[in-house]
Write a protein that binds this ligand. Structure first.
Ligand SMILES: NC(=O)c1ccc[n+]([C@@H]2O[C@H](COP(=O)([O-])OP(=O)(O)OC[C@H]3O[C@@H](n4cnc5c(N)ncnc54)[C@H](OP(=O)(O)O)[C@@H]3O)[C@@H](O)[C@H]2O)c1
Length: 592
């Protein structure tokens, strides 16, 4: 059979051409070449049997089948995570600024920098030459077409080619040719001048919804120019658009740098190494570029150099998601326990669609945040009974045995036990100690009836409190009050509500959360009726509500305490084991 297939390869002119493009005979020993031909032929043959007609798809399948073969050619270890290179893009107007940024990038852990020479204002090419000669980090030299100063296309093209040629002559590590000028002749002209420099052919893919076919065709076109590396910057509208990018990273027959642009593309960098990305882009301190993790977090929080194909993916599904502290806690905890996992922010617009697209077992567990906690219940195959009665999940685990999604709510116990412990502590100092929940029989005033509010209401009810709910949307407060046999009152009455002294107040609304930190749901004066004030908001840690409650003498419990408790509960579910309690507490209280 194998012989037949080799013969079949030899007969197929198309296949031979495709393989020749891929193989680099200079580095590839003869016996490996034979093995490659055999596997490629078998892959091609199977594609025909499966009635595949799309050439791009057949090529990609072949690339995937060939990947396990160990050789120093097109599929070499270039895409292996251990070779990970972290880079940042520098756009600066002057050479001095570029040199200073390069220095900063080095300090923040960049292995190399992309020098966007198009952003520089220079009157003579010798200034660029000096900058390149004095570079302090390995570099990618690029000259992009989008600068406003490059209004005349012909002038831009001339300068672009002049800069790229100079970079090759100076043996800069990487020279990037963008799709405006890339063609066989340009690549060939630069190739014949180079000694060690690698040529990158790049393209911007706009319009969102990048299909596998579209990316595949682009890769084939760029690769046919003979460039060493392909780079795609891809416009994505939704996080699910990143899936084809991962597919390409896994199957691309040549080294590929792929970046999904914008906030929803962030995981293309954070999870790229799982799919074989060997370049990851980060943003330089102080600048926040949508879709790029800060350089420092790549090294210190995510430690992407340890991410490999077996790494299990966890993350927080939320919108917005930037405020989440989960990555700062769960990633170090994974490493502390020796668990091969990564926890990333997931900016999700549609939870159902997210789970439909990222459906493999490697996407193992999720925290669920604003505004998806209730919608997420409908995406679960099974929901734990407490979460079911609350009607909101904050944790979803994909069961490894059958891939089913199981929903939990760790918010409820986290909040209620934090309040109970603080009240017990207060009572202890006052000489009262009891095993009965200190919440039992108390008037428990809850602000907010969203996901967190529901969890807290059910928790308070389960401890025998009398629950009163205020929520901006009154109907929502009424529905929750009915579910916990409590009372709903109009939001405007919160400040005047004072049927008794010594009540408990729990804010589970988003009021006071960053960036609107000057807001508070209740007046300072009204806080005098409360023995304890809890704020679920944990960014910032000491909200205006908590500051004012302290000032009027109430015991305060921060959302950070609830956060650490619910995170401990999640971590146990994620790893099916014990969480490193002291370690996680220390991180939260030292860093948050
Ligand atoms: N510490 C922790 O571990 C922890 C855990 C979970 C949540 N939280 C925090 O709790 C808060 C709520 O989270 P969630 O998951 O429950 O979100 P959610 O389901 O989206 O609910 C948001 C709640 O905030 C209310 N709200 C939003 N903007 C408001 C405004 N301008 N004025 C009055 N009410 C407003 C909403 O009222 P309407 O119903 O009227 O829209 C709703 O009750 C967030 O700050 C979140 O970070 C903390």
């Amino acid at each position: 059979m194998a012989q037949e297939l080799v013969a079949f390869t030899q007969e197929s002119e198309w296949l031979r051409t495709a393989l020749n493009k891929w193989l680099d005979d200079e580095y590839c020993p003869e016996e490996t070449n034979i093995e490659i031909s055999r596997v490629a032929a078998s892959s091609f043959y199977r594609s025909l049997l499966e009635n595949k007609t799309d050439i791009g798809e057949i090529l990609l399948k072949m690339a995937g089948d060939l990947k396990p073969i160990s050789f120093h050619g097109a599929f070499s270890s270039a895409n292996a995570a251990h070779d990970l290179l972290v880079y940042t893009t520098l756009e600066c107007e002057s050479s001095e600024e570029m040199a200073a940024s390069m220095h900063k990038a080095k300090e923040e852990g960049a292995d190399l920098v992309e020098l966007c020479i198009d952003s520089l204002t220079f009157s003579h090419i010798s200034e660029v030459e000096l900058l390149l000669k004095q570079r302090t980090l390995p570099s990618i030299v690029s000259f992009r077409p989008n600068s406003p100063s490059n209004s005349c296309r012909e002038d831009w093209k001339k300068t672009c080619l002049q800069v790229l040629k100079l970079a090759v002559e100076l043996d800069v590590e990487f020279v990037e040719i963008n799709s405006e000028v890339v063609c066989d002749e340009v690549v060939a002209a630069l190739m014949c001048k180079r000694s060690n420099c690698k040529i990158i052919a790049s393209s911007y893919v706009n319009g969102g919804n990048p299909t596998k076919e579209r990316l595949c065709n682009l890769i084939i076109n760029l690769q046919s120019t003979g460039a060493d590396i392909i780079k795609l910057v891809i416009d994505v509208a939704y996080i699910t658009d990143v899936a084809p990018v991962f597919h390409m990273l896994t199957h691309c027959p040549v080294p590929l740098i792929a970046r999904a642009a914008g906030d929803r593309g962030l995981i293309s960098q954070l999870l790229g190494p799982k799919y074989g990305a060997f370049f990851v882009c980060g943003s330089l301190g102080g600048t926040s570029t949508p879709g790029l993790p800060p350089l420092t977090s790549i090294k210190e929080v995510y430690k992407l150099e340890y991410v490999n194909p077996d790494t299990r993916v966890f993350g927080v599904i939320s919108n917005p998601v930037g405020h989440s502290k989960g990555p700062l806690l769960h990633n170090p905890a994974f490493r502390h326990t020796g668990y091969n996992g990564i926890y990333v922010p997931l900016l999700v617009d549609n939870v159902k669609e997210f789970f439909r697209v990222f459906s493999c077992n490697d996407y193992a567990g999720f925290s669920v945040g604003i505004p998806h906690k209730e919608a997420a219940v409908r995406c679960c195959d099974e929901v734990d009974s407490l979460a079911k009665s609350i009607g909101a999940v904050n944790t979803i685990i994909r069961r490894p045995s059958d891939g089913k999604l199981i929903g939990y709510n760790t918010d409820c116990e986290a909040c209620v036990t934090a309040i109970e412990d603080a009240l017990r502590e207060r009572r202890k100092t006052n000489g009262h100690a009891s095993n009965v929940s200190p919440i039992a029989g108390k008037l428990f005033v809850l602000v907010g009836a969203g996901g967190a509010g529901r969890a807290i209401a059910f928790g308070a009810k389960s401890r025998g409190a009398r629950v009163v709910i205020f929520n901006r949307k009154y109907e929502r407060a009424k529905a929750l009050a009915a579910a916990v046999s409590g009372e709903a009152l109009p939001y405007e009455h919160l400040n005047d509500f004072c049927p008794e002294k010594g009540m408990i107040l729990a804010n589970a609304s988003a009021v006071g959360m960053q960036p609107k930190t000057d807001q508070t749901p209740i007046s300072k004066e009204a806080l005098r009726s409360y023995e304890l004030v809890f704020d679920a908001v944990y960014t910032p840690r000491n909200t205006r509500l908590l500051q004012e409650a302290t000032e009027v003498g109430a015991t305060v419990v921060s959302g950070v305490e609830m956060f650490v408790r619910q995170a401990l509960g999640q971590f146990k579910l994620f790893t099916n084991g014990l969480a490193p309690v002291d370690f996680m507490r220390r991180i939260v209280y030292e860093q948050f």
